[in-house]
Ligand binder design. Sequence first.
Ligand code: F0G
Length: 520
Amino acid sequence: PLLHPPTHQALVVRSLLNTTAEERKKILEDVEYNIFAFPAGLVACDYLSDSGTSAMTDLQWGDESYGRNWGYYCLLETCRDVFERGNDRLYAAHGIVTGVADGEFYRSKLLKPYEGGFVNGGPHQLEKPNFFIVPQGRCAEFLLFSTLKDVIAEQQQEEPQKPRVIISNGFFDTTGANAAAAGFALETFTQPGLTDPFPEELIGKQNPFKGNLDVAATEAYLNEHTEVCMILMTITNNWAAAQPVSMGNIRAAAELSKRKSIPFFFDACRFAENAWFIREFEPGYSNKTIPEIVQEMFTYVDGFTISLKKDGLSNMGGILSIKDKSLFAQRYEGIGLRLKERQILFYGNDSYGGMSGRDMMASVVGLYEVTKEPYLRNRINQVRSFAQKLQASGVSVLSPPGGHAVYLDMDDFFHGCDRYPGDFPALGFTLELLKDYGIRAAEAGPFGWEWDKKPPKLQALIPNLVRFAVPRHVLSDQHISYTVAAIKELHNRRHSIPNVEITRGKNSRLRHFSAGMKPV
Ligand code: F0G
């Protein structure tokens, strides 16, 4: 086997507190068994989210200044490089930063207008803004959907107004909730077969791209319905167990969108991890660089939202960006100024939009770093080896493993225990794991996807999973071995794991953040 050397070393470390199962039990009672409410400082291994939890490089801890700061110019230029030009200059971020410092950047870039693409009009962004900085991904979603709703309502002639539909390969929870809150109807067409078994010996050799959009089902729907206003593709597909989407699928979705004149967007949170899978597994891409693959991916879309807390390798930040010459920009002419007005109203002036200068600099460096092959190889391999260790110890995971997380197959975990989805046994597992071992992972099954509120047809589509999202650059083999051993112990005594009852907040939107629960 090939040996790959480490790509990073830890610069700052945090001591972990040793708490006892008794202490954690007490706190779990206090927080009504809601793992999101459990204090992070008392968790030994935290797999709750890979979002905003990456460790940052020293370069990212950069500049802090107010109003049109370096970070703003750097971020604009970085997004042009990463999402439009496929630039893989080794020290591109460094070059931009030093270029700003010595004035070269202002002379060579700032004075020339930039034509077209996701970041037009130079840094001034006054006349036709198409690039919006926001605090995080869900703010980009809110900005897009709430503004689009208003613009569509103004353009619609008929009374009463028909709800518009957004189609996706898988909406993340905040994405779906923001679209629904703005009055859109949602249709999810994920390629069938998410939980189909995958041969162990083919892991790392082949990939079925289980995150794909079901293009045939989408087309059939479009043939019957005229009110679809957007196809939104999530890369990688967080709803579908962090599974990647192939370039072929992106291309097919783009062709369909074009044929039917429907704007096509990415939810691009994990664009680099998705590009890695394309490079590793899709014929024709093994000789391309990650920046080239990213560049191609983004040629197909009208616009994108992104949370920089994932593949931006930043602790905070988000972007909404729309191609200047896209179908979307033409159809909703003037939407840029409306978006900017709302951005300023809710988040901050256009050059920071609620992000601090440090967050912007962090994203600048992060967006380059994240497309480096050694980094991505280690990242994807860590998740893969975590999954393989679990599998080897007799605990089933969804296979092949996706980009940012390992998903336990809870139907298989509880085999022989006769559990009912509405009793939320997988939640009980997460509570035991946190109480007894200080390990936090999130249920991504009947509770999270609101099985109890869905009709039987949709219930059948909800997989029974627990997600271990792996933070970037953070965990060592020791963390992973400890976690695998703990899960194995719990698996051995799975008969004694309690079910869970929702005691409060059953019907609130995104209830996993706020509900109260009780093991029973
Ligand atoms: N889209 C996807 C695919 C996401 O995974 C997330 C966040 C968002 C949008 C929203 O971004 O958190 O910056 O507002 N996912 C995190 C997770 C929270 O744990 O998977 P945000």
